[in-house]
Design a protein around this ligand. Structure first.
Ligand SMILES: [Zn+2]
Ligand SMILES: [Zn+2]
Length: 141
């Protein structure tokens, strides 16, 4: 049973690794794996539901709780190294960007100095528009 779980977990991670810049709902993942010939034996939706919280806990994926009426989505992150910087989530295209460790530390230090607030880097995500989405938006105006 344990090895079976490990295999499914690995396949799930492989799928997410193929699309590092996309956030997926569990429905999307199940569908995506089914249509991808690389995965001959894709895990079912209920298996993915069961595995996902563990991956989020190990900090292998980041969970974005869905807003009004939308489902939570998941995106792969870089594991350990992602503990040391802030993430930027584009609400336009859904990409997750990794702020440099240096810039993140600068922001964390400022918060610390100003408010005595200790930022939990690995969990801090800022929402906004990435450069290309912001440019697209400007052109439309
Ligand atoms: Zn990261
Ligand atoms: Zn974007």
């Amino acid at each position: 049973m344990a090895t079976y779980n490990t295999q499914q977990k690995k396949e799930l991670m492989d799928f997410l690794k193929k699309h590092p810049e996309r956030a997926y709902t569990i429905d999307d993942i199940a569908e995506g794996m089914k249509t991808d010939p690389d995965f001959a034996n894709p895990p079912g939706k209920s298996t993915i539901y069961r595995l996902m919280p563990g991956l989020a806990e190990e900090n292998l994926v980041k969970c974005f709780s869905g807003g009004r009426g939308t489902k939570a989505s998941y995106q792969i992150i870089g594991g350990e190294s992602c503990h040391f910087h802030i993430h930027l989530k584009c609400t336009g295209c859904g990409r997750l960007l990794h702020m440099s460790d240096e810039d993140s530390r600068f922001i964390a230090d400022s918060l610390m100095r100003a408010d005595g607030f200790r930022l939990d880097m690995g969990r801090a995500t800022l929402f906004g528009l990435c450069r290309s989405c912001a440019e697209k938006k400007e052109h439309r105006i």
